[in-house]
Design a protein around this ligand. Structure first.
Ligand code: FE2
Length: 225
């Protein structure tokens, strides 16, 4: 009589469990590599943004401040952590498209001619194109493209208004204005924080999203406590 080979169920279970553990380790490796790659690309793009800022001492540190404050405003508005990251990326890279704008226009001390404005106004779309090839910057690319749209529809490049403007872009827009106002420019000194906040309040509901302005003012107030 042929003997039956008994299978050991606990051995099957151990093999299955080992295979499962192995697949978890692979998934973790892939996840880690993905984040490393994302960080490396972000750092390369940040290098480009820093190179851009180095051309103009008045904007030095601007992108990193917009990213840091933008993240805090996004959190205050209750955005999901992944969207807070999008705001941070877009804050860092929002003006990267200025790489495509000639230095003579970027550094011009006087007012720009209509033709020069035309070139300058291309920077959000150029910036979005620069980051577009990276799939994980999809949200950031959208926020970069729309960071000069205005709540009342008077901005560029697409003249979007109100909620049609992505929220991440509305956040970058408000923080960008605040940081620009509180930084010295070649044509004016820096405003103090209270004066800058007063200007934001004036623009709230007109060129800037009121809700985002309120969130920024709340974040700034927290710093005083
Ligand atoms: Fe810009």
């Amino acid at each position: 009589m042929a003997s039956r080979i008994e299978r050991d169920p606990s051995a099957d279970y151990r093999r299955l469990h080992a295979a499962y553990q192995q697949s978890l380790r692979y998934a973790e490796d892939v996840r880690r590599l993905y984040h490393q790659m994302q960080r490396a690309i972000c750092q390369s793009l940040l290098g480009l943004a820093n190179a851009l800022e180095a051309k103009d001492s008045y904007t030095r540190g601007h992108s990193e401040r917009v990213a840091a404050l933008g993240r805090r405003v996004a959190s205050a508005l209750g955005l999901a952590p992944s969207l807070v990251d999008v705001v941070g990326q877009a804050g860092l890279l929002h003006d990267i498209g200025k790489i495509g704008v000639p230095e003579a226009i970027l550094r011009k001390p006087g007012p720009l001619s209509p033709e020069e404005w035309h070139v300058m106004r291309a920077h959000p779309a150029i910036g979005a194109q620069i980051v577009a090839p990276f799939e994980f910057f999809e949200g950031a690319a959208r926020a970069i493209r729309h960071h000069h749209e205005r709540w009342d529809g008077s901005g560029y490049p697409d003249g979007l208004a109100r909620e049609a403007i992505p929220l991440e872009a509305r956040i970058v827009a408000v923080v960008d204005v605040f940081d620009a106002l509180t930084s010295a420019r070649s044509y004016r000194p820096a405003l103090d924080r209270d004066a800058a906040c007063a200007m934001l309040r004036q623009e709230a509901g007109h060129t800037l999203d009121e809700t985002v302005v309120a969130a920024l003012l709340g974040v700034i107030e927290l710093d005083d406590r």
